[in-house]
Design a protein around this ligand. Structure first.
Ligand SMILES: *Cc1c(COP(=O)(O)O)cnc(C)c1O
Length: 496
């Protein structure tokens, strides 16, 4: 098998091995790691369609993580995609409303971040040991709610790791807080700070750059790492489910061999859709990559005009995980369409940093022909949830509804009848209030758990364990600190 090395998108530093890129997360020059080339699938899709999720995961990931042994990679996959998921299919497809919904929400926190965050801890600790790093890995995260819980669930009880999550004490929803403070696992620490999300994030960045703390930690056998979404160890596992989805359609006779499909992805940081783009470039027959945005439609404008411009009002929507003005993973696509040219990419990123805006060349735009951008506002999103429920009895969450709405627009505008997979990124039980309000305003007076029960009845789906648990789970984390006390708390936790 050909060795794949990883380069930074911002400089000409020597490329590094996959395990080193996973350990580092971000390149020292601020760039993202990208594979020097995108490997081609080395088994045909017919063969893959006879395999289960874990076997497909191995066949895809082995092509990227070429310095992992077969035993190492298979062990990571076994530990990740186990009974933490509530279905053996891991990522089942549901046919509804003229499309196939790829349900990426059957993991511990009932949203798609689980797909990658359940394997990242294992990839990270394996990478550490391969590179003779004996220290315990300390994951430090600031969260506005969802990512923190998914990271906690992923790292809980993974030997050789600790995870410390800071969240704004009065800046997350009651359910989000309850999910975090009930987290089990002796290596998990959840701390509320008396400040907002920016304070938490700034504090975490400071700790990452604190040389004195780094020395003290090294002396005690600890080193920091980050689990954020630009780590290549999160991107690669996301390629798997596109290959898996295609092969399930093939196995079920819904498509013929070689038939192309479209993929629609509700997009925020551009990680999920980039994984689909990588899958396409590996040889998976994907025609259009449909990028769906909510009212924060920076990406829609980018695909329409070639200008990326974050100078605009930030809108809070009912699809909060897509409320993003800087889609960090887009940098990997920019680098590629700039001819894998780090200097050109760096110039764009500098402009983004300094002026909040950059514009790509006409030549670069021609390479985006397979992408189609759309967006849906709040009303269309809610209408889509209600319409699909009324037509099919299938209930989707707000993020998925943005994608389903954009897909309707695409179909109407283009007349394209290619079979289509919509990435379903969260369970409706995660955003119960918005979902139920979309179906009928009368639900607005119910409390959150009553709403979950009502949704269960309407959708004919059991309330997921992730929700059942927090009804009764005991609070295990009560630490609260000021925004200037984060360092003291970390030292106390690590016994420094
Ligand atoms: C993170 C997230 C998204 C956006 O995914 P990106 O990879 O950041 O584009 C969409 N929906 C949900 C529910 C998410 O949690």
């Amino acid at each position: 098998m050909e060795e794949i090395l990883y380069r930074s998108t911002r400089s000409h530093q020597a490329p590094i091995k996959a395990s080193e890129a996973i350990l580092k997360g971000l390149s020292g020059d601020g760039g993202l790691f990208v594979p020097e080339k995108i490997p081609a699938l080395d088994k045909d899709l017919k063969t893959l369609s006879g395999m289960d999720y874990k076997a497909v995961a191995y066949e895809v990931m082995k092509l990227y993580l070429t310095d992992f042994t077969e035993a190492e990679l298979k062990s990571c996959i076994e530990r990740a995609y186990d009974s933490k998921f509530d279905t053996e299919e891991i990522a089942p497809l549901t046919e509804a409303a003229g499309a196939y919904f790829l349900e990426l929400f059957h993991g511990a926190t009932i949203a798609f971040k689980d797909m990658a965050l359940s394997i990242l801890p294992h990839l990270m600790i394996t990478s550490a040991r391969k590179n003779q790093v004996k220290d315990d890995i300390v994951i430090l995260t600031a969260t506005s709610g969802d990512t923190g819980k998914a990271a906690l669930a992923g790292f809980a009880d993974v030997e050789g790791t600790r995870i410390i999550v800071f969240y704004p004490k009065h800046g997350v929803s009651p359910i989000q807080e309850k999910q975090m403070v009930t987290q089990k696992g002796d290596n998990t620490y959840v701390v509320g700070i008396t400040g907002n999300f920016d304070d938490a994030q700034t504090g975490v960045k400071k700790l990452f750059n604190d040389k004195e703390l780094e020395k003290e930690m090294a002396a005690a056998g600890f080193r920091f790492s980050s689990a954020n979404s630009i780590n290549i160890g999160r991107l690669v596992p996301q390629i798997v489910y596109y290959v898996y989805a295609y092969t399930r359609l093939l196995a079920a006779g819904k498509i013929g061999e070689g038939e192309k499909i479209n993929v629609v992805v509700p997009t925020g940081n551009f990680g999920n859709i980039l994984a689909a783009f990588y899958a396409k470039n590996m040889g998976l027959p994907i025609a259009k990559l449909i990028c769906a945005s909510n009212e924060n439609k920076v990406l829609y404008d980018f695909f329409a005009t070639g200008a990326y411009d974050k100078n605009r009002e930030f809108v809070l929507t009912s699809s909060p995980s897509m409320d993003i003005l800087i889609s960090s993973n887009l940098e990997r696509l920019i680098y590629r369409i700039a001819g894998n040219d780090a200097d050109k990419n760096l110039a764009f990123m500098k402009a983004l940093n300094q002026e909040g805006r950059y514009e790509i060349t006409e030549e670069m735009r021609t390479q985006l022909a397979d992408f189609w951008g759309g967006f849906a506002g709040e009303k269309k999103t809610a209408d889509t949830i209600r319409r699909i429920y009324e037509d099919c009895g299938y209930v989707i969450d707000t993020h998925t509804a943005v994608a389903a709405s954009v897909y309707e627009d695409y179909k109407t505008g283009s007349g394209d009848r290619t079979k289509t997979v919509i990435a379903s990124t969260a369970s409706p039980f995660k955003f119960t209030r918005s979902v139920m309000n979309a179906i009928d305003k009368k639900y607005d007076t119910m409390d959150d758990f009553a709403l979950a029960d009502e949704l269960s009845r309407l959708a004919n789906v059991a309330v997921p364990a992730a929700i059942e648990e927090i009804r009764t789970a005991p609070v295990l984390h009560t630490r609260v600190c000021g925004k200037d006390e984060m360092k003291d708390v970390v030292k106390e936790i690590l016994g420094l």
